[in-house]
Design a binder for this molecule. Structure first.
Ligand SMILES: CC(C)(COP(=O)(O)OP(=O)(O)OC[C@H]1O[C@@H](n2cnc3c(N)ncnc32)[C@H](O)[C@@H]1OP(=O)(O)O)[C@@H](O)C(=O)NCCC(=O)NCCS
Length: 177
C-alpha cells in the first residue's frame, strides 16, 4: 500500500475501508468505515488534516489536499468523482462531487449538494443544502430533492462503492500471464 507517515503524522484508516495500492495517502488523514479509495487518488495531509466520513468514495485520480488554516472535513456517503480536485474546507453528508470538478481553497459544500462535472467552486464559495451547482464559476442550477429519483440514483451508485470495499478485498488480483 502507498500509505505514508510524515514525521509524527500518520494516516488513521478504518479496517473496513479499502485503499487501492495505487492510491496515495500521506500524513494527517483519517479515513472512516467502508470508505473506498480508487487507483491514482491522492489524499495528502501534509499541510493540514483531512477527515473522510464513513461510506464515502474517492474515485480515480481525485486529489484531496488541505491547508494550514483549516481541517478538510468530508462527510458521510459522499461521492467524489474521477479527477475531482478538493481543496475545500468541508463537504457535507450525501454530497456528490462530479468528475473533474474543482473545489477551491476554503469552499464549503453543504449536505446533499451535487457539484456538476467540470464545475469550478471559487475560493470560500458557500453552497446551500440539496441543490445542484454547475459551471465555471459554479452557480445554482436547480434543487436536488432528497426524496427524488435523482437522489435515489446517486444513493444506488454510492452503494456500489460501499460494496466494493469488500469485493476488492476479496476478488481483486493482479494478472501476470
Ligand atoms: C449537472 C448534471 C446533474 C445535469 O444533468 P442533466 O440535467 O441530466 O443535464 P442535461 O444533460 O439534460 O443538460 C441540461 C442542461 O444543463 C447543461 N449542463 C449539463 N451538465 C452540465 C455541466 N456539468 N456544467 C454546465 N452545464 C451543464 C446542459 O448543457 C443543458 O443545457 P441546455 O438546457 O442549455 O441545453 C449532470 O450533467 C452532472 O454533472 N452530473 C454529475 C455526474 C458526475 O460527474 N458524477 C460522478 C460520477 S463519477
Amino acid at each position: 500500500m502507498t500509505i505514508y507517515a510524515l514525521g509524527e503524522k500518520r494516516p488513521d484508516i478504518a479496517s473496513s475501508a479499502y485503499v487501492h495500492p495505487h492510491a496515495t495517502v500521506i500524513g494527517d488523514v483519517k479515513i472512516g468505515e467502508r470508505v473506498f479509495v480508487a487507483p491514482m487518488a491522492s489524499i495528502r495531509g501534509d499541510r493540514g488534516r483531512i477527515e473522510i466520513g464513513d461510506e464515502t468514495n474517492v474515485q480515480d485520480g481525485a486529489v484531496i489536499h488541505s491547508d494550514t488554516s483549516f481541517v478538510t472535513k468530508i462527510g458521510r456517503r459522499v461521492n467524489i468523482g474521477h479527477n475531482a480536485t478538493i481543496h475545500a474546507e468541508s463537504i457535507g453528508d450525501n454530497a456528490a462531487i462530479g468528475m473533474g470538478a474543482v473545489l477551491m481553497l476554503g469552499s464549503k459544500v453543504a449536505e446533499g449538494v451535487m457539484i456538476a462535472n467540470s464545475a469550478l467552486l471559487h475560493n470560500k464559495t458557500l453552497t446551500e443544502p440539496n441543490k445542484i451547482y454547475a459551471g465555471v464559476p459554479a452557480k445554482y442550477m436547480r434543487d436536488l430533492d432528497p426524496e427524488g429519483e435523482a437522489r435515489a440514483a446517486i444513493d444506488d451508485y454510492l452503494d456500489t462503492y460501499v460494496a466494493n470495499t469488500d469485493v476488492y478485498k476479496r476478488d481483486l488480483r493482479e494478472v501476470d500471464d
